[in-house]
Write a protein that binds this ligand. Structure first.
Ligand code: BGC
Length: 478
């Protein structure tokens, strides 16, 4: 790992100054940190400013008030599944501290709080009996948001599948469409009068790829065919879930979210260029294109033709849904080259191997990539509205006398906001920015090692401290 000072040098940060060498951003990014050349106003009056979180990562109270076991409750107990053997049984204890957290979020001047609902609190057995205490909890959370003047944006699925359903094949089992739409039906009927903004899935590529193919997320499987089935069923659930929301919620704003990365080839060698195209098709096109009625990107990645094995009659039409917005979740760039690995036949050259500025998860810090990805999404005719539903970074925060001076995180936000503004000024219809994440939380297989919050959480005492980045937003959004 590069020394921190060296790292700061590489991204051109010395003390309070910021200079990015890439001239693409022109005046915006070539400015000094203390003289930001844009303000909140430049994004327009209706631009949404929010924070985003997820149930498993923050709530804790894993078996409280009738909650059922989720795949992550189960997976985190497997030896070696989580880097330091931690689990989210308590996490940031949002279950008991939500009032304090919601007030803090509001105090930082945000106007949206995006969070997810734990399926296992509502339907502990996945299907069947509804758990009233689970419904009550989310009513309290929603009411607290409304009371503070924070608009609740709800994600229906952020990776914590009921374990009883995983035992029946989870996302690999086509019955998931029935299970999922039933869950969405219960939730949207219950909360639809209070909540208008809904996201069906959080990053389907992440839980299908890491869960069923790479084995590093729940349920920890490594199978190409399992992955393909999980992908196809997720695409169908994404659209069917959208239809259920439309039916149950008057004036709903319906979206879904995709992880995105800007993929570039290592050099101009045509084999590496083609490999980067294949990687881009998997990372960036696999879920959005079928939802737009374009099918899977089989032309670029021929192996995807195998997915047809899992098609039933009418699927092609059922995969499409007219979303009101697409949630864009951007963290880093990916540099690719050809590989003999079957399937994608491309591999990543990591940020560490390339010696470039990176976060604590080895993701390259590359704000221009967000600009490019917004431009790419804006090329699709069927996309009506883009919201950046996640963006953020993990840095080694140090708590000293109740303060956390996370300058690197502040710079990350500034440069990424500059990238969004550049796209917006060029006519891209992007209308919101949600920071990942309000508080530090449980970062999946990394556990508590990597911190993304604007608010520091001491995971022993559960005390919260606003970081400098949180204060930066407070000022910027004033
Ligand atoms: C996920 C979050 C995760 C974040 C940071 C996103 O892919 O939606 O759950 O914590 O990235 O890694």
């Amino acid at each position: 790992m590069m020394h921190r000072r060296e790292w700061l040098k590489r991204i051109g940060i010395f003390g309070t100054g910021l200079i990015l060498s890439n001239s693409m951003f022109g005046k915006i990014v070539l400015s000094q940190i203390n003289e930001l050349e844009f303000s909140k106003k430049d994004f327009g009056e209706n631009f949404l400013w929010g924070v985003a979180a997820a149930a498993y990562q923050t709530e804790g109270a894993w078996n409280v008030d009738g909650k059922g076991e989720s795949t992550w409750d189960n997976f985190s107990r497997e030896p070696k599944a989580i880097e330091r053997g931690e689990n989210a049984d308590v996490a940031a204890d949002f279950y008991h501290k939500f009032t304090e957290d919601i007030k803090m979020i509001k105090s930082l001047n945000f106007n949206v709080f995006r969070f997810s609902i734990a399926w296992t609190r509502i339907l502990p057995k996945g299907t069947g009996e509804v758990n009233q205490k689970g419904l009550d909890f989310y009513h309290r959370v929603i009411d607290a948001c409304l009371q503070e003047g924070l608009e609740p944006w709800i994600t229906l699925y952020h990776w914590d599948l009921p374990q009883v359903l995983e035992a029946q094949g989870g996302w690999k089992n086509r019955k998931i469409i029935e299970w999922f739409t039933n869950y969405v039906d219960v939730v949207t009927k219950e909360f639809g009068a209070k909540v208008k903004n809904w996201m069906v899935l959080n990053e389907p590529l992440s839980y299908t790829g890491n869960g069923y193919m790479n084995g590093i997320f729940a349920p920890g499987e490594k199978s190409l065919s399992g992955f393909m089935r999980a992908v196809h069923h997720s695409v169908l659930c994404q659209a069917e879930g959208g239809r259920v929301i439309r039916k149950n919620v008057e004036n709903a704003n319906v979206g879904t979210t995709f992880v995105t990365t800007y993929v570039e080839p290592i050099d101009s060698n045509p084999k590496n260029v083609a490999a980067a195209k294949r990687m881009d098709a998997i990372m960036n096109r696999l879920f959005v294109e079928p939802s737009l009625g374009m099918g899977y990107p089989e032309d670029t990645v021929p192996i995807l033709k195998k997915m047809r094995k899992y098609f039933e009659e009418g699927d092609e039409q059922k995969m499409a849904f007219d979303f009101d917005f697409i949630g864009v979740q951007y963290y880093f760039r990916t540099v690719a080259k050809k590989s003999v690995m079957p399937g994608m036949r491309a591999k990543e050259i990591t940020a560490e191997e390339r010696g470039v500025p990176r976060n604590e998860m080895n993701g390259e810090i590359y704000p221009e990539g967000l600009y490019h990805r917004l431009k790419a999404y804006s090329q699709y005719k069927g996309i009506k509205n883009l919201i950046v539903t996640e963006n953020g970074t993990c840095v080694p925060d140090v708590l000293e006398n109740g303060k956390i001076h996370d300058l690197e995180r502040i710079n990350y936000f500034k440069t990424h906001l500059a990238a969004i503004l550049k796209a917006k000024r060029e006519g891209v219809n992007v209308n919101g920015y949600f920071v990942w994440s309000p508080t530090d939380n449980f970062e999946w297989n990394k556990g508590f090692r990597t911190r993304f919050g604007l608010i520091y959480v001491n995971f022993e005492t559960l005390e919260r401290h606003i970081k400098d980045s949180g204060f930066w937003f407070q000022e910027f959004l004033k």
